[in-house]
Design a protein around this ligand. Structure first.
Ligand code: FES
Ligand SMILES: [Fe+2]
Length: 343
């Protein structure tokens, strides 16, 4: 149901202190995500193999998690290290007891989690989590999380849709229907997805003008649901990363993270945040309305160039799934071409 052998956005680094743990459902699986006393994050399945209690209901000492029911202890790899009820002369092989480990990686202020095949936690290293060029290891300037009550596909298609802007995001500070005009953008395949090749940004976005400097934008999308809009403004970088993580089949978490290298943007944070929130809310609200209609009609129309990215998304998913099933190589179905639409 969900694409496997891929990295998913887990949580912002800042939300997990040293020696703390948290729980989260991702891809319909319960996870305990923790940061050990050395500062390294890890994730294990949040179910005690003994009697099924969430391990996150227990205690974490910065090294091991102790189950709240009978005190079994687990290390960061999910291995059981102690069963307190065992007598000294009762032989029991602790190696037989383990809860699943999920590989974790912390990059540029976010923790990514790898979902491999069932019962296998080896990492496919050919496709690491995204690393944004030009921002170094800096933490995001701004980070927003919002739950979309919809399957991941509708969240992804909605966020990559180039034709909804003047209708859904109509506002004095962004776009209006009056400013609609013809667009033509060049696209090409890129790792696990496609990219709108680098170009000067559209002239009808008032917000862009504020940044100054000679500007170019590149927008890429990659499986399982990550969109990166990378703006180069003179020698500075402003970059938005939107990561969609399925929580269940019917709920998708959208994390929108913004990085910038312009020092003068930092004090603007409190001003910026309401705009980012409003923007995400507009996307979420339209998806909520869509879910109403889809109860009665599940067919979608994908037409012409404006919906080509959505078509590519579904093609990419199928190609990825096929490669995982057959054990063959993933063949990116996207071809370099120009797309034209009005927005
Ligand atoms: S249920 Fe966890 S130790 Fe018994
Ligand atoms: Fe949108």
């Amino acid at each position: 149901m969900f694409l496997r052998n891929l990295w998913y956005f887990g949580i912002p680094s800042a939300s997990l202190k040293r020696g703390a743990m948290t729980r989260k459902i991702m891809l319909d699986e319960p996870l305990l995500i923790a940061r050990d006393s050395d500062g390294a994050p890890f994730a294990i399945r949040d179910v005690c193999p003994h009697r099924g209690i969430p391990l996150s209901d227990g205690a974490f000492d910065g090294r091991e998690v102790e189950c709240c029911y009978h005190g079994w202890r687990f290390d960061r790899t999910g291995r059981c290290t102690m069963i307190p009820s065992l007598m000294a002369d009762q032989k029991f092989n602790l190696d037989r007891v383990r809860t699943r480990q999920y590989p974790c990686r912390e990059i540029q202020g976010n923790i990514w989690i790898y979902f491999g095949n069932d019962a296998d936690d080896a990492v496919g290293d050919e496709n690491p989590p995204p690393n944004i060029p030009g921002v170094g290891e800096r933490a995001p300037g701004l980070s927003e999380t919002m739950m979309f009550p919809s399957p991941i596909d509708h969240a992804v298609v909605g966020l990559m849709d180039p034709a909804h802007g003047p209708f859904v995001h109509q506002s004095w500070w962004w776009r209006s229907q009056r400013s609609m005009h013809e667009k033509s953008k060049k696209f090409g395949p890129s790792p696990l997805g496609f990219t709108m090749l680098r170009h000067p940004p559209s002239s009808n976005s008032g917000a862009y003008k504020l940044l100054g400097g000679a500007m170019t934008t590149e927008i890429s999308f990659r499986l399982p649901g990550v969109r990166i809009e990378h703006i180069q403004a003179g020698r500075h970088v402003l970059c938005g990363l939107t990561a969609m993580t399925p929580i269940t089949a019917q709920e998708t978490e959208v994390n929108h993270v913004i990085y910038w290298t312009q020092p003068w943007l930092a004090p603007m944070k409190p001003l910026l945040r309401p705009f980012v929130r409003a923007f995400l809310r507009q996307d979420r609200d339209v998806v909520i309305k869509q879910q109403e209609g889809l109860k009665y009609e599940s067919n979608l129309m994908l037409i012409n160039d404006a919906d080509m990215q959505a078509k590519w998304y579904y093609q990419l998913k199928r190609a990825w799934d096929k490669a995982q099933q057959d054990g063959g190589a993933f063949e990116n179905p996207v071809e370099t071409r120009e797309l034209r639409w009005r927005s």
